[in-house]
Design a protein around this ligand. Structure first.
Ligand code: CIR
Length: 258
């Protein structure tokens, strides 16, 4: 399991509610989103991470979801080319901070598109989702950069799987060879080499969580998944993510961890 020491975060801007969403959960309350973001940052710090806190950026209503702009590993960094046109400029806004940590940076080029939310690292292997945001060409370019760094990867086509925007809306790596997967993806042959922990359909949103060093950060309100994580013995932090969920966001989207 990768050991993390740092994370990059950016709070939601005043126009957060004007971002993209595919769910019908109402308008987010920006003040509450800011509070939830502060709790999220405190949880990352509690897990031992030093945070780089970027300023809110109202040029891009979705800019708090920094995960989509870059893939950062312990061997290389790749700037993405987000699949939503309204988010394209977010990459230039994250590039300077990524450059302070990595001298050699790759980037996804047109016609490739790739959102970081479609990329799930499982030790030295990466699953890359082909989605409404990430196309086959973006996945092919990323797989090439990862291979140069000695990583392996496979693609997982999630188009047509309802209720998930990105691959990591439906799978996350718990560590210790355990891959947590929503029911709709649990039987995919791509995951057959892994120990699968299934998420019940009513708890699908819980499939996006963070394993940070020893701890697991989960979204509050999913008691069966919480009990499952506790049963494995991981220290657990549960965070209210209600306002980010209204904008199709979840725990992993709010940071770049390395
Ligand atoms: C979007 O639609 O792009 C944002 N409203 C949500 C992005 C969530 N990002 C992620 O899951 N990595």
């Amino acid at each position: 399991m990768t050991a993390f020491t740092r994370a990059i975060v950016r709070p939601p801007a005043a126009n957060f509610a004007q971002g993209l969403t595919s769910v019908d959960l109402g308008m987010p309350d920006v003040a509450l989103a800011l509070e939830q973001h502060a709790q999220y940052c405190a949880a990352l710090e509690q897990c031992g991470l030093a945070l780089t806190r970027l300023p809110a950026d109202a040029r891009f209503a979705d800019s708090t979801f920094v995960e989509d702009t870059a893939i950062i590993t312990d061997r290389c960094a790749i700037l993405t080319r987000p699949g939503a046109g309204s988010r394209a400029g977010e990459v230039a806004a994250i590039e300077p901070i990524v450059r302070t940590h990595f001298s050699r940076i790759h980037r996804i080029a047109a016609p490739g598109t790739l959102d970081g939310g479609d990329v799930c690292q499982v030790d030295a292997h990466f699953f890359i989702g082909i989605s409404e945001r990430t196309n086959a060409e973006g996945a092919r370019q990323l797989a090439g950069f990862l291979a140069q760094a000695g990583f392996t990867s496979t693609t997982v086509d999630i188009r047509g799987v309802s209720g998930i925007l990105h691959l990591k809306s439906g799978i996350s790596y718990l560590g210790d060879k355990r891959l947590v997967v929503i029911d709709a993806l649990a039987d995919r042959p791509e995951f057959s080499d892994h120990a699968i922990v299934r998420i019940d359909a009513e708890e699908n949103y819980a499939a996006n969580f963070l394993r940070i060093n020893e701890s697991v950060i989960v979204s509050a309100g999913f008691p069966r998944f919480e009990a499952c994580v506790r049963g494995f013995g991981y220290p657990l932090i549960a965070l209210d993510m209600s306002e980010f969920r209204k904008m199709d966001g979840a725990l992993s989207c709010l940071s770049l961890r390395f």
